[in-house]
Ligand binder design. Structure first.
Ligand SMILES: Cc1ncc(COP(=O)(O)O)c(C=O)c1O
Length: 421
């Protein structure tokens, strides 16, 4: 079978390590399934991103939705990152992790009254608006509070990002953003919104985009809109390209950030304003894995099944997107390969981590690593089947720390005992 390695997760003497920690040793000390993060990986990815765009006046806003563990958020804040926040809950987490509101942008297409108020009261750097109704509400809230809210409109450039339909957001058929004509109409009416200052223009065309072309096309299209807005007499300070930069999950071709920077630099240069980026997956996906234990091996007439203790409640991506996560043993015992479905214990046929996967035969009680799960892993987990969410561990060099414990049974019932009818 093939093994997936990077600078943080690699085999040493046939045992999988994260930085300088032997994960087989760690697995014996901790309940599985368990999420493992490499702090050094997160740092290196952030630095790679900021280096690629170092010739440009820019700011990175880490998209907290990809991994909202406080220690992960803090890792990026400590490097100087701003944050892209999508909800009250993410705002709460960001502040706890030490974020300053002036480094926060508030995104999301269905912001509630309370969420907008939170942004306005705290003077966030910018609220990204996605409808006229929202702009009217932001104006009303800011006016009541005696504030001026900085707002940018998310324009949908109608470009196909060539990704999974569930994570494609830049087509007019998608629910996100506003078409150019509607957006220009609102910018033209800017004087009607006395408590709003329009500071920028935004896009976000989807996630896991693996070719630079959709970004080039969208930036070109949105640049035209940007100049049309400037012609209306509005002094835009920023152009926000959003996130969506693809991650390599095995050996598929993905552009490097330097390649993207080389392609976009001439386009950005013409704008003469600050460029905002909102990367999530690019920064976190390959910096995390899950360790899971094999509970049973079984086969029926046509198929082998490896039943593991990791369910769709812990890692949803394979079930909802048939997303690929490479799976490999913590100890490479050089056993023969088999073809199997790797499935969880949840009572759904959709509860699988991989289908028809060639994998080294692993015995009951042995461990597997599910790779590239640092993004959209824990954040999408649930308590389905009354399963407790896994612990999360952060590793740096030869040190590992639990940065969130496995949920207890008390977490599962919350206040239901007191409310029992
Ligand atoms: C507005 C916005 N910005 C940034 C992101 C981060 O995307 P990614 O993790 O693909 O970089 C998302 C993801 O859905 C988003 O909706």
């Amino acid at each position: 079978m093939q093994f997936f390695e990077n600078e943080s997760f690699y085999y040493r003497a046939n045992q999988l390590f994260c930085e300088n920690v032997n994960l087989s040793d760690l697995a014996t000390e901790i309940e599985t399934p368990v999420y493992i993060y490499s702090k050094t990986f997160f740092k290196n990815r952030y630095l790679e991103f900021s280096r690629a765009f170092s010739n440009l006046d820019h700011k990175i806003f880490y998209a907290v939705k990809s991994n909202f563990n406080l220690s992960v958020i803090k890792t990026f804040i400590d490097l100087g990152s701003g944050l892209d926040i999508n909800s009250e809950g993410e705002f709460y987490r960001a502040l706890l992790a030490g974020a300053k509101p002036e480094n926060i942008i508030l995104t999301g297409l269905g912001k509630t009254y309370e969420e907008i108020k939170l942004g306005v009261v705290n003077d966030v750097l910018m609220i990204k608006a996605e409808s006229l109704d929202e702009i009217i509400l932001i104006n009303e809230i800011a006016s009541k509070l005696g504030k001026i809210a900085n707002v940018a409109i998310r324009v949908n450039p109608d470009v196909n990002p060539q990704t999974h339909p569930y994570i494609s957001t830049g087509l007019l058929e998608n629910k996100f953003g506003l078409d150019e004509e509607t957006a220009l109409g609102i910018y033209a009416d800017h004087n009607k919104f006395k408590s709003i200052c329009f500071t920028g223009i935004d896009m976000h065309i989807g996630s896991q985009i693996t070719s630079t072309a959709p970004f080039e096309d969208s930036v070109e299209k949105l640049s035209e809109t940007f100049f049309k807005v400037k012609d209306l007499g509005i002094d835009l300070h920023h152009f926000d390209i959003g996130g969506g930069f693809g991650n390599q999950y095995l050996n598929e071709k993905v552009f490097s950030i330097q390649e993207l920077a080389n392609k976009l630099f001439p386009l950005f240069n013409k704008l003469k304003c600050k460029i905002f980026f909102e990367p999530g997956r690019f920064l976190t996906a390959n910096g995390g894995i899950i360790i899971t234990k094999v509970i049973y091996n079984k086969c029926n007439k046509t198929k082998n099944f490896i039943v593991v203790d990791l369910g769709m409640n812990d890692l949803l991506r394979p079930s909802i997107y048939t997303a690929y996560h490479h799976i490999q043993p913590l100890k490479n015992n050089l056993h023969k390969d088999i073809e199997a479905d790797i499935v969880g214990p949840v009572c759904e046929s959709g509860d699988f981590i991989a289908k028809n996967r060639t994998i080294e035969l692993v015995g009951q009680g042995e461990y597997l690593a599910v790779m590239s799960t640092g993004a959209y892993g824990t954040v999408m987990s649930s308590n389905y089947n009354a399963r407790r969410r896994p612990a999360e561990i952060m590793i740096e060099n030869d040190q590992w720390k639990i940065v969130r414990s496995r949920e207890s049974f008390e977490h599962l019932v919350f206040d239901e005992k007191e409310k029992l009818q």
